[in-house]
Each structure stands twice: as structure tokens, then as C-alpha cells.
Write a protein that binds this ligand. Structure first.
Ligand code: C2E
Ligand code: MG
Ligand code: MG
Ligand code: MG
Length: 279
């Protein structure tokens, strides 16, 4: 009985499943050719020191301009790129491109690059980072790698070893989307990070009493640990005021600046960088 039911279910879902598999397969095919066809680009979003109002750097955000699909958001193509292994060469491309852009910025400004867990686990990751720095001439202290909590919960020693090696060189490690993962916090003892980025879902709901308490607690945690706390997705003056009142170090979001082309961000950085670093 179970067998025939299973067969019926299969028949019922078959056309829909087929369509999904084909849609996905088509996306994979387009993605595989996108890198050699130079369809990827990076936008850069400024990050501001809240106390001084100065721009301290920018985060590189990947864009896929597909001739047939239009501009595809990273949330839609990064997971697929991870599945088909494309994330390794694609991530390497992003690192090189981001460092090349940062080489033209005033000295001292930081470039943040997102790194996927799959990319981190790949052989030669640390080497590819070091090579991107050497090729561009950007000092290690100006590069920041954004990773997610799950990366630090990875049991594999190789990942922690690679991260430690990079950190020893002066490269900074930031925890992206903080608060959305398992947040056991135990990993913060095993691997010290340089920055925590509060996920934008908390900033969006910062008007809520409980959410505000969580945000204050994360800022307090960062202060106690002596590391930078950056709020993501800051869109209103009210949100920025609350963050300033509670001693949050940095803000990033549409209020400060939207992700922009390399040339535009370079202009902005030259006009709003800390004086001591531009002169
Ligand atoms: P993320 O690293 O947390 O980046 C922040 C995201 O929030 C970006 O979305 C940015 O455009 C968006 N954002 C910034 N300010 C605001 C705001 O005020 N309001 C709202 N609603 N959104 C804001 P984006 O560019 O679509 O990127 C999504 C995610 O894709 C990133 O989240 C990151 O996890 C991933 N990603 C982007 N570029 C790369 C990359 O080069 N490599 C890897 N592995 N992942 C990347
Ligand atoms: Mg990020
Ligand atoms: Mg984030
Ligand atoms: Mg994210």
C-alpha cells in the first residue's frame, strides 16, 4: 500500500519537481559561464564611525549583471555558486577586485569582503588572500574578512588554522549577521574576532523594547571584549540616535550610504575620510 501511495505522490509532484529542477539547472548553467564572461561586479557600501561621523571604509557587495536575467541579488546566486563549487574562484575574484579598488583609496581606510564558509574550507584559501593583498599592495591591516557565526562553530581545525594565520598577519575578522546564528558565544573564546556586525533585523525592530535590550546587550558585549560593534541596515536618524546613545562604534546602511560603484565610493571616501588618514 505504501508503495503505491508513494508512486501516486511521485506522479502528483513530478511536473512541478521537473520544473524546479530545470529552473535550477538553467541558473547553474548561466552562473557557470558568468565569470569568464565578466558579468560580475562589486558595489561598495560606506561604513561610518558614529562618534566622529567619519567614513572608515566600505564593504564590497557582489552583483551579477546577467544579460538575460538582469541584475541578480547575491542571496539568490551565492548559495547556488556554493553548491556548484563556483564560489571558490568567484570569491577569489571578489577579493582581488575589492583589494584593487581599495588600493586607490586614501590610506588607512578599510575594505571589508564577505567570505563564504565553502570558500574558507577550500584548500589554499589563506594563500589566495595573501596573494590578493600582495598583488594590490593593500596592507593586511586594511583588509577585513566578514564571516558568519557558523564558520567559527565548524569543528574542522583547518578552518580555524587558516583564519588564525590570516589574523596573525594583521587581517581583521568580522562576524557578519551577528545574532541570527546559534550564538552559543563559546566560539568567541576559541577564536577572538575584531568586530561584530549586528544583523539588520535587530536594527529594523529597534523600536521594540525587547529588541532594543538585545541590541544594547550586543553593544555591551563588544565593549567588554574590546572590539568594534557595527550596526547593519541603519535607515533612520532615530535608529542612529539610539545606537549613538548606547555607544555603538559604527553604522552601515542606506542612511549613511547605499552600495555604490567603485568610482563613486572612491570620491566619497576622499571627501569624508578621517583627516589624519588623508593627509
Ligand atoms: P551582508 O554581508 O550582511 O551585506 C549587507 C546586505 O544588506 C547587503 O545586501 C546590503 O545591500 C544590504 N543593506 C545595506 N544597508 C541596508 C539598509 O539600510 N537596508 C536594507 N534593507 N538593506 C541594506 P546584498 O548586497 O543583497 O547582499 C546580501 C548578502 O549576500 C550579503 O549580506 C552577504 O552575505 C552576501 N554577499 C554579498 N557579496 C558577497 C561576496 O562577495 N561573497 C560572499 N560570499 N557573499 C556575499
Ligand atoms: Mg557582510
Ligand atoms: Mg550582514
Ligand atoms: Mg547577510
Amino acid at each position: 500500500r505504501a508503495k503505491s501511495e508513494g508512486r501516486n505522490l511521485y506522479r502528483f509532484f513530478e511536473p512541478k519537481m521537473d520544473a524546479m529542477v530545470q529552473t535550477r539547472r538553467a541558473l547553474e548553467v548561466d552562473l557557470e559561464t558568468a565569470l569568464p564572461r565578466q558579468e560580475f561586479d562589486l558595489d561598495f557600501q560606506p561604513i561610518m564611525n558614529i562618534a566622529s561621523g567619519e567614513i572608515t571604509g566600505a564593504e564590497a557587495l557582489m552583483r551579477w549583471h546577467s544579460p538575460v536575467r538582469g541584475t541578480v541579488a547575491p542571496d539568490q546566486f551565492i548559495p547556488v555558486a556554493e553548491d556548484i563549487g563556483l564560489i571558490v574562484p568567484l570569491g577569489e575574484w571578489a577579493l582581488r577586485k575589492a583589494c584593487a579598488a581599495a588600493a586607490g583609496w586614501p590610506p588607512g581606510l578599510r575594505i571589508a569582503v564577505n567570505v563564504s564558509a565553502v570558500q574558507l574550507r577550500s584548500d589554499g584559501f589563506a594563500r589566495s588572500v595573501i596573494s590578493a593583498l600582495a598583488f594590490s599592495g593593500v596592507p593586511a591591516g586594511q583588509l577585513e574578512l566578514e564571516i558568519t557565526e557558523t564558520v567559527l562553530m565548524d569543528e574542522s581545525k583547518a578552518v580555524l588554522k587558516a583564519l588564525r594565520q590570516l589574523r596573525d598577519l594583521g587581517i581583521r575578522i568580522a562576524l557578519d549577521d551577528f545574532g541570527t546564528g546559534y550564538s552559543s558565544l563559546g566560539y568567541l573564546r576559541r577564536f577572538p574576532v575584531d568586530k561584530i556586525k549586528i544583523d539588520r533585523s535587530f536594527i529594523r525592530d529597534i523600536g521594540n523594547r525587547d529588541t532594543a535590550a538585545i541590541v544594547r546587550t550586543i553593544i555591551g558585549l563588544g565593549t567588554e571584549l574590546g572590539i568594534v560593534v557595527t550596526a547593519e541596515g541603519v535607515e533612520t536618524e532615530l535608529q542612529l540616535d539610539m545606537l549613538r546613545d548606547n555607544g555603538c562604534t559604527e553604522a552601515q546602511g542606506y542612511l549613511i550610504g547605499v552600495p555604490s560603484k567603485a568610482a563613486d565610493i572612491q570620491r566619497l571616501l576622499k571627501s569624508r575620510a578621517p583627516r589624519s588618514q588623508t593627509g
